[in-house]
Design a protein around this ligand. Structure first.
Ligand code: PLP
Length: 434
């Protein structure tokens, strides 16, 4: 079967995510036959560098031998057992290791990122109810924040394109100023801007803490906002205020967890621990759907009771899937044996150097970098810029998907110098040409 055959069949049989299907007439999806490290290979044998880690999930490349081996071994033992009424070795070991890494106690599992958000929102609400504070039912999130697309998660998301159509179905939530430093005044530092944003969060809490269950935010990088980045002091301020006003802090590290921000978890850069930590995406190295929410002993204890209804009676069929947990354990092993965070610091410094001509390009605004994420805004990006840039990058062997006028790189951690040089060179050419 060739690329063309698969395209005909996909158009006839599938409904693709985040896609107006009619646009596929002009911009067909890339048919993927296999993967090799950071590369995707189509049915005609053409190779594309996966510059965005297959929607931010891949960490150690495609068809990684170590993750493959772990899953294969697990397949011969137990692929899945329900987690209500059963437990198994991979889920116990993973919970112990995640708890230790995050400094939080019990781990509750879901399947996708959005399900982790639903869990955190429901747990926070239910905690306040269990401790007798039934008025605390509201949530506050950052402007341009993204937390997923199920109804609860979409309620705290602030992306008009995804949200407006469904507004009548959503629970009202409040948005406060984002610390995204691109909006700072010309002479204002990222830190000063973050402090100004924190002051606006305080204004909100001072007035509404009694009716607010939690603040939910993406630490350091607002991904879907176009890789908006901000100073860690905002997180330190948010933590302190949440304590002072008795409001939970939910850290959505679904995209930035597992080393993406430069530290294992982004919250570490502000020296804080959230009340709820939501993880997914990179957790299995991009292999299998798995998500989880870690929370504090204080929260856990408020549910621990003889009364069934005081418990957290939420579930998903694939909660704590054994294959996914084994993949996640293999990922944590790779972090340890390869000292990935240190290796990434060197790679990041090198890629930033290679991108210097891109950063200096006259069409480039707000070049920014945190950990293993790089982004910039293209000045006066014309309508359809994202689609055109994607298409022209693809012709040159790069799989990139700008968000509006924001071009970003979020490569798998296994990239090496030649791939970094390719990304920098092709991007510069594309900027010169369009
Ligand atoms: C991707 C993402 C989600 C949703 O995860 P899904 O697995 O797509 O449901 C939530 N929050 C953030 C920050 C994300 O990047």
């Amino acid at each position: 079967m060739s690329n063309a055959d698969w395209l005909t069949r996909t158009q006839a049989a599938l409904w693709h995510p985040c896609t107006q299907m009619k646009h596929l007439e002009r911009m067909p999806p890339l048919p993927i036959a296999r993967g090799e490290g950071p590369w995707l290979v189509d049915f005609d044998g053409r190779r594309y560098l996966d510059c965005i880690s297959s929607w931010w999930v891949n960490l150690f490349g495609h068809a990684n031998p170590r993750i493959n081996a772990a899953i294969t071994d697990q397949l011969g033992r137990i692929e899945h057992a329900m987690l209500a009424g059963c437990t198994h070795a991979p889920v116990v070991a993973l919970s112990e290791r995640l708890g230790k890494l995050a400094g939080l106690g019990h781990v509750f599992y879901g399947s996708d990122g959005a399900s982790a958000i639903e869990i955190a929102l429901k747990m926070s609400f239910h905690f306040w109810r269990n401790v007798g504070q039934t008025g605390k039912t509201g949530f506050v999130s950052l402007r341009d924040g993204y937390h997923g697309e199920t109804l609860g998660a979409l309620s705290v998301t602030d992306v008009a394109l995804f949200k407006d159509t469904y507004a009548p179905l959503l629970h009202p939530s409040h948005q406060v100023m984002s610390p995204d430093w691109r909006r700072a005044e010309p002479e204002e530092s990222a830190e000063a801007y973050a402090l100004r944003a924190a002051a606006s969060l305080e204004d909100f809490l001072a007035e509404c803490a009694d009716t607010t269950a939690a603040v939910i935010l993406e630490p350091l990088i607002q991904g879907a906002a176009g890789m908006a980045m901000y100073h860690p002091i905002y997180l330190a301020c948010a933590r302190e205020m949440c304590d002072r006003y008795r409001v939970h802090l939910i850290a959505d590290e679904i995209a930035v967890g597992f080393g993406r921000s430069g530290t294992m978890f982004a919250c570490e850069q502000a020296g804080i621990t959230p009340d709820f930590l939501c993880l997914s995406k990179g957790i299995t190295g991009g292999y299998l759907p798995l998500s989880c929410v870690l929370t504090s002993d204080t929260v856990y204890q408020a549910f621990y009771d003889d009364a069934t209804a005081r418990g957290f009676l939420h579930s998903h069929s694939y909660t704590g899937n054994a294959l996914a947990c084994r993949a996640a354990l293999a990922v944590l092993d790779i972090f340890d044996t390869d000292d990935v965070l240190a290796a990434n610091r060197l790679k990041a410094a090198r890629f930033t150097e290679l991108l210097a001509p891109v950063a200096a390009h006259p069409r480039v605004r707000n070049f920014r970098h945190t950990g293993m994420v790089w982004a910039f805004d293209v000045d006066h990006a014309p309508p359809g810029f994202s689609r055109g840039f994607h298409q022209r990058a693809l012709e040159r062997g790069l799989f990139l998907r700008p968000i509006g006028g924001a071009v970003y790189f979020m490569p798998p951690y296994v990239i090496e110098e030649p791939e970094m040089a390719l990304m920098a060179r092709v991007t510069l050419e594309l900027l010169d040409q369009s």
